[in-house]
Design a protein around this ligand. Structure first.
Ligand code: PEP
Ligand code: MG
Length: 886
């Protein structure tokens, strides 16, 4: 297999690997493809991701073959451009960029202007006829190479530049003349040499090239890249490709420019070109947010009330060509594209294209619009939207009627509303968020090192940067609201305060940001429920048409049930009845029951609970009328309901008339060393049948009453938890049937119902054939099934699972995404054995995994009939189920 693939010029490869993202990364594949469809792409080559992995495996060493192949690939660039790397008279300069299969914006390293040294800079001056440009490029190269490859503190260089400008009384970089850059280059070289203990800045161009390749490879394993991958569920074993490409220059004067653009608006999905550019600048200037960029289109500029000319106005010819390229790329890729381009002395060059990151709102609009335009099919539209992204749309937005104390307005970089306490750095954001605070991260600008803080925050506010700045791109990808470029914000990091205009604020003060309008408000602005019509409703309708599995909800209150129905739930998959036991006013009857010395005492207390449970079930059945409702009988160990602390014991003593000492002794007796494996689940029903009798009576009475009132009966599915043997279920099913007959006799009416069980112990999965003889349905309780199969406590795992994921032992937290390889086998086996003994057995899942798209895909494969998820996850599950069946 080749280690390197050429693109541009007359490179033509019939090898499918040259366009395979897993081999050459996303950037490499698309550069190759753009060149092939005839777009202006500077020539270059891509080193494969396989070489990155081999390099890391070899302990940071290149293979012989790679050394050889890079030399001949460099020849391809040199021949195409007609310049040679290191040539004193007319030097070739190259960029060296990372490019993984899944894009990780800003996470990995890039070096531009490589090939400059004390001699070639003179050649560049002569050939370009622009001394200032040549020396500006050289100082940029030293600055970037020192940071990325040599690992020197970039602050030292920035400081030197600031001081140089200050000394000369300059404000902007553009005021620096050739001589000024020359002086600064000398200073930069000195800094590098001092910092490297006397070793000079590398002048040898092939040494520069291999250094940059090495740095890009190494950046795959950088801390920030690892964090990004963990947050985005990107595997750690993919590696990055390296793209080496002839430089084109956006900083060759006023007919040159560089920019970033989207073929449609990535925040709203609106069909309008969207982007920014800077005249006389290099690529990193736009993304880094150092200068505030100009708009691409005249309409966008006018809309924003900006006065600096748009690209459409300032460079009409290059703009027109660019617009044609946008249309061509959208048709070719059939998706919204995120593009980097450079104009060098009037000539347009394409440096990158990829599917653009988008907000959930935009994703929906793009999918529905593109299906409408005939660009994609309805099925493709369903597959285009990340189910998890819907979460962004289901949460409240700012009340348009509420008053807003507006502090300032910046750019609407990522929509959505967020309120929280101001924090001024990423570590503080994480710290405060972990202790339960909602925070807004406020920074001058964000850098990739801030990624963990951005994730911990509800929203992000930056003083600098445009709509395509790091903060904006990352925030949109994460679904965090973001206001960027709010230049009225001034931060004093030492005093931990900030001023916005004339207002003084301190870290910890609450602000609200509106990412759709770019507004920053003092205090917390009230919110309203989201609108579920429009594109959302359309896409959901398409999804429902294409999915096989049903979607139910895990809910135990009428409010949650109502919300879940609005979100499209088709029944209850799990009603955890113990939640009703915790309600105020009941807990003392529950405790009285638990603390009773004998059955008679327990029955007396249960009699008090009966009417309460009945009315709970009644209100749930009323909401869910006509739909199946899985009601699970009591599951947790009894001592979970016991009082904690002196005051609660005293209160209970008063309520029950039992002395405190007596209550404490009972509590001690109920103590368990391993409660998750203790006296819980169906074991309660076996030892204290009167508890399950009360619950069964309450639910059948409620079902009969609702049927009588509304004419339509709910369909109770009575679920017995934590069964390990057939006999347990046999005994408890007989109990439920007996109570049902009693109630039907008393009411003179009947309702349909089913008795079934949870499969949440390995033995239950193994013995599913026998158990199915007693069960009309199985619901996989994958929380407990994961806990018992892995032998990992679901309540204690947080402490050690993160390192397990980092080390690749688990691809994802198995309590979040089902361990398909292990636990999945037990599910499949139970499905198979259950169906053999009862072909029409109903099969579902009600663990947390029922709301996780990857686990839902597994459930589809395993042939389950439904998944059940918490109310806010219901739309996610509907879409994921549709995607799984396509
Ligand atoms: C389960 O174990 O997966 C389940 C749904 O039950 P609970 O989470 O209540 O233990
Ligand atoms: Mg369970």
């Amino acid at each position: 297999n080749d280690t390197v693939y050429n693109f541009g010029g007359n490179a033509k490869s019939s090898d499918p690997r040259a366009k395979d993202k897993t081999v050459v990364g996303g950037k490499g594949a698309n550069l190759n493809e753009m060149a092939e469809i005839g777009l202006p792409v500077p020539p270059g080559f891509t080193i494969t991701t396989e070489e990155c992995l081999a390099y890391l495996e070899k302990g940071a060493d290149f293979s012989e073959k790679l050394r050889h192949d890079v030399t001949s690939a460099l020849d391809h660039i040199e021949t195409t451009v007609g310049k040679r790397l290191g040539d004193k008279a007319d030097p070739l300069l190259v960029s060296v960029r990372s490019g993984a299969a899944i894009s990780m914006p800003g996470m990995m390293d890039t070096v531009l202007n490589l090939g400059l040294n004390d001699e070639t800079v003179e050649g560049l001056t002569k050939v370009s006829g622009d001394e200032r440009f040549a020396w500006d490029s050289y100082r940029r190269f030293i600055q970037m190479y020192s940071d990325v490859v040599l690992g020197l503190d970039h602050g030292l260089f920035e400081e030197a530049l600031e001081i140089a400008k200050e000394d000369k009384g300059f404000y902007a970089d553009t005021e620096m003349a050739a001589e000024d850059w020359k002086e600064l280059v000398a200073e930069f070289k000195q800094i590098a040499e001092d910092e490297r203990g006397g070793e000079p800045f590398p002048q040898e161009v092939t040494e520069q090239l291999w250094g940059a390749i090495r740095a890009v490879f190494d950046s795959w394993d950088s801390e920030r890249a690892k964090v990004y991958r963990r947050l985005n569920d990107i595997p750690h074993d993919m590696g990055t490709a390296v793209n080496v490409q002839a430089m084109v220059f956006g900083n060759m004067g006023d007919t040159s420019a560089t920019g970033v653009a989207f073929t449609r608006d990535p925040a709203t999905g609106e069909k309008a070109y969207y982007g920014e550019f800077l005249i006389n600048a290099q690529g990193e200037d736009v993304v880094a947010g150092i200068r505030t960029p100009q708009y691409l289109t005249k309409a966008a500029r006018e809309n924003a009330g900006a006065d600096k000319a748009s690209m459409e106005e300032a460079m009409p010819e290059a703009y027109a060509e660019l617009a044609d390229v946008f249309d061509l790329l959208e048709k070719h890729y059939r998706d919204m594209q995120d593009i980097e381009f450079t104009v060098e002395r009037g000539k347009l060059w394409m440096l990158q294209t990829r599917s653009g990151k988008r907000t959930a709102k935009a994703a929906l609009k793009l999918a529905v619009d593109m299906a409408g335009e005939g660009l994609i099919e309805e099925k493709e539209a369903i597959l285009r939207v990340d189910p998890m992204a819907l979460d962004q749309l289901l949460h409240p937005t700012l009340d348009p009627e509420a008053p807003r104390d507006i502090l300032t307005t910046g750019l609407p970089a990522s929509p959505g509303a967020a309120a929280g306490k101001i924090v001024l750095d990423a570590d503080t954001a994480e710290l405060w968020a972990n202790r339960g605070d909602k925070v807004i991260l406020v920074r001058v600008e964000t850098s990739p090192e801030d990624i963990h803080g951005m994730h911990a925050a509800q929203g992000i506010l930056t003083a600098r940067g445009g709509m395509t700045s790091h903060a904006a791109v990352v925030a949109r990808g994460m679904g965090r609201p973001c206001v960027s470029g709010a230049s009225a914000v001034a931060i004093d990091r030492d005093a931990r305060t900030l001023t916005i205009g004339t207002r003084e604020l301190r870290e910890g003060d609450v602000i609200t940001i509106d990412g759709a309008k770019g507004q920053v408000m003092a205090g917390e602005v009230p919110t309203v429920k989201p609108e579920l019509a429009g594109d959302f409703a359309t896409l959901m309708e398409w999804a429902d048409k294409h999915r096989r599995m049903r979607v139910r909800t895990n809910a135990e209150t009428p409010d949650d049930c109502r919300m879940a129905r609005q979100f499209g739930a088709e029944g209850i998959g799990l009603c955890r009845t113990e939640h009703m036991f915790f309600e105020a006013g009941r807990i003392s009857a529950v405790r009285e029951m638990i603390l009773a010395e004998d059955e008679a005492g327990r029955r007396a207390a249960l009699a008090k609970l009966l009417p309460e449970q009945r009315s709970d079930f009644q209100s749930i059945f009323e909401v869910m009328v006509g739909l199946p409702c899985t009601i699970r009988l009591l599951d947790p160990p009894l001592h979970e309901f016991l009082p904690h602390g002196e005051a609660e014991f005293e209160e209970l003593a008063k309520a029950t008339g039992h002395p405190v000492e007596h209550l404490k002794r009972r509590a001690d007796e109920l103590h368990e060393f391993n409660p998750m494996l203790g006296h819980r689940g169906c074991r309660l029903g076996i030892t204290y049948p009167e508890i399950y009798e009360m619950q069964a009576r309450a639910l059948f009475e409620a079902a009969c009453d609702v049927a009588a009132q509304s004419g339509e009966a709910p369909v109770p599915e009575v679920m017995i938890p934590l069964v390990a043997t057939r006999r347990e279920l046999e005994l408890l099913r007989a109990l439920v049937d007996r109570v049902a007959e009693d109630v039907f006799g008393e009411k003179g009416t009947r309702v349909d119902y089913l008795v079934g069980t949870m499969i949440e112990l390995p033995r239950a999965a193994l013995m599913a054939g026998e158990i199915a003889q007693e069960a009309r349905f199985f619901s996989f309780g994958t929380n407990d099934l994961t806990q018992t199969t892995l032998g990992v406590s679901r309540d204690d795992s947080a402490r050690f699972l993160a390192p397990y994921v980092d080390k690749g032992i688990f691809a994802r937290d198995p309590f979040v995404s089902l361990d398909v390889d292990g636990v999945g086998q037990l599910v499949e086996l139970a499905v198979e054995r259950g169906r053999v003994s009862r072909p029409d057995i109903k099969l579902g899942i009600c663990g947390e995994h029922g709301g996780d798209p990857a686990s839902i895909a597994f459930c589809e494969q395993a042939g389950l009939d439904y998944v059940s998820a918490s109310p806010y996850r219901v739309p996610i599950a509907r879409l994921a189920a549709a995607q799984a069946s396509l």
